[in-house]
Write a new protein. Structure first.
Length: 292
């Protein structure tokens, strides 16, 4: 890895859950090689594929941890974190490309003594030309800021730093979650008396789904995760809305079509699809809970 520019920050253990093919594994290693690292930093890839495809060895710059089936990003993060040797853990997702100065930016301001979790920022990957990727970038903005500025602040697991002892104190990621495990973790950290800080300059670029079916499945999964979060946290976790977003989506699509702004009209239709997928995923998870 390249030498670091910030010699004063503490060493960090980076943990990345992985499940994919050989090409995705090679992209992951290329992305991790972008990080400006210093002596003592540690890169752990928690490989959750049925047959390991992540290259291993001293030349890769990473430590490979095998995570047995079934696939679970939450469990892979927890297993990877067990091999950490540093006091700070940084969780990244395999489809995120870190800014080279990411580790330094987290410590551009010294965390407070009672800071247990630091939320980095997640932006869209501008190299993706597909329509659905452009839609996602137009809707996301600064994704983590939305969570940080909510009623109860939280970060995103794709770019989230924690003190290792705090992570262990609260029990790590809840492995039974469908999604929203990062929100749950951040809330548990704060309930344990620690604080959350936000570093908007500590950014990663997230690769977005480019097929409509994948966008639908992602929305459904997020909706199911919100139901799990509400069952766990009550009114602190709000259910997804559907009526108003659908009305706005259909109305907006008509307006933009009449003015020949066809891409914006398509974006509005995708908004409606995502709102419906999230709501249906929530309702399906809710019905499954009642059947138990």
């Amino acid at each position: 890895m390249p030498p670091a520019t910030n010699k004063t920050r503490p060493p960090v253990t980076v943990v990345v859950p992985f499940r994919g093919d050989r090409a995705a594994a090679e992209r992951l290693l290329e992305n991790l090689a972008l990080l400006l690292a210093r002596a003592g930093d540690q890169l752990i890839v928690a490989d959750n594929t049925p047959v390991s495809v992540v290259p291993d060895g001293p030349g890769t710059g990473v430590e490979l941890v095998r995570v047995p089936a079934p696939p679970s990003a939450r469990r892979a993060r927890n297993v990877g974190a067990r091999g950490a040797v540093n006091d700070w853990l940084l969780f990244l997702d395999a489809d995120c490309r870190p800014d080279p100065g990411l580790l330094d930016e987290y410590f551009a301001l010294e965390p407070a003594a009672r800071c247990g979790v630091i939320a980095g920022e997640v932006v869209g990957d501008g190299s993706q030309p597909e329509m659905l990727a452009r839609w996602a970038r137009s809707r996301r903005g600064m994704m983590a800021r939305f969570h940080v500025e909510g009623t109860r602040p939280a970060g995103i697991a794709g770019n989230l730093m924690l003190r290792r002892d705090v992570f262990e104190e609260v029990g790590g990621f809840e492995e039974n979650a469908r999604s929203e495990a990062d929100v749950d973790l951040c809330w548990r950290v704060q309930d344990a008396g620690w604080t959350l800080e936000y570093r908007p300059a500590a950014t990663v670029a997230h690769g977005d789904p480019t097929r409509l079916g994948d966008v639908w499945r992602q929305a459904w999964m997020y909706g199911a995760g919100k139901r799990w979060l509400r069952a766990r946290w009550g009114s602190a976790a709000q259910p997804p809305r559907v009526l108003q977003p659908l009305v706005r989506a259909v109305g907006g699509a008509l307006v933009w079509s009449l003015t020949a702004r066809f891409e914006r009209a398509l974006f509005k239709l995708v908004d409606g699809l995502v709102a419906a997928g999230g709501w249906l995923g929530y309702q399906a998870a809710r019905a499954a809970t009642f059947r138990r």
